[in-house]
Design a protein around this ligand. Structure first.
Ligand SMILES: [Zn+2]
Length: 307
């Protein structure tokens, strides 16, 4: 009986796949990453430090990259109320964070108060995880859709709770800065990300020692600039984008099916994910009769082939 089942299911599946394509001879393959790049990389900046506004913002504009800034609600609120006009404050106020959002950077949720969520009673999770959502909407006009655990402290239960109101949470990262930071090691990490066709996530805190934050680079912004210079040499094959955009792409990529509306002419990438949230195109490679091309396709929207 079991043997029968094992044999029948794959055969049935194969039959369904061949009959559903109506004899079309065009192959549609969704690329692993945007623009058929080999790997992806997100630059994430934690804790809403003012150096992210004074140093990182102009640098990202110069290099043409978008980053993800994980903001702690309570810290941004305190600085905005008490120390907005101080020239020595460590953290960004709402106005500065809003400027980052206006430039197309992602503003992510780094909790209400930055307490380790694994160390508090789960009855307090709701405030820590969800209070910032409404506040960011009010203060910044953006809804955070990805989450970063304070101190990276998490367990399955708290991760599941976060995913009820966010599309993703940062659960893997390569730590930048600190006394032991080495440019060589960071370059090796990028090389490995490319070789393994992975999505690398850089976790960055303070840039300079004057930023008074966690883990500044040994040679302050010089090290960060050197790393950005390196990224420029590989970004023809490395997709550099926000944590939210790479989350959207990779999740959509894994949740679409190809539906032919007219054999070899019109197809749709069908998904049941909410395309108002997942508002990103997928890169597909089309192959037919020895020719191929790469195009970007909006899910749940019919695409007419135009060779
Ligand atoms: Zn943090």
């Amino acid at each position: 009986m079991l043997m029968n089942f094992l044999f029948t299911v794959p055969m049935l599946l194969a039959l369904m796949l061949t009959t559903s394509v109506h004899g079309q001879s065009t192959e549609v393959v969704v690329c692993g990453y945007r623009d058929n790049k080999q790997a992806a990389l997100s630059l994430t900046f934690d804790d809403g430090l003012r150096v992210h506004y004074t140093i990182v913002k102009p640098l990202l504009a110069k290099y043409g990259y978008k980053g993800t800034f994980y903001i702690v609600e309570k810290w941004a609120e305190q600085v905005s109320v008490n120390r907005k006009n101080s020239t020595t404050r460590r953290r960004m106020c709402w106005d500065e964070i809003k400027e980052l959002a206006n430039e197309g950077h992602e503003i992510g949720n780094h909790s209400y108060s930055h307490i380790a969520l694994t160390r508090i009673d789960p009855s307090n999770w709701n405030k820590e995880i969800n209070h910032p959502i409404a506040t960011f909407e009010e203060k910044l006009g953006v809804t955070p859709i990805t989450f970063c655990f304070p101190g990276n402290a998490r367990n399955d239960a708290v991760l599941q709770r976060v995913l009820q109101t966010h599309i993703n949470a940062r659960t893997h990262q390569y730590a930048f800065g600190g006394d032991k930071y080495s440019h060589k090691a960071a370059v090796r990490w990028v090389d490995q990300t490319l070789a393994r066709e992975n999505w690398g996530v850089a976790m960055i805190h303070a840039i300079t020692h004057e930023g008074h934050g966690f883990a500044p680079f040994p040679n302050d912004e010089k090290d960060f600039v050197m790393f950005l210079d390196h990224l420029k040499t590989v970004d023809d094959k490395l997709w550099i984008d926000t944590f939210a955009n790479v989350s959207k792409y990779t999740q959509l990529r894994d949740h679409v099916t190809v539906q032919w509306d007219k054999p070899d002419q019109i197809f749709t990438l069908k998904t049941d994910l909410d395309t108002h949230v997942y508002d990103i195109s997928l890169t597909v490679k089309l192959t037919a009769e020895g020719k191929s091309k790469i195009i970007n396709v909006k899910p749940n929207t019919a695409t007419t082939l135009n060779w």
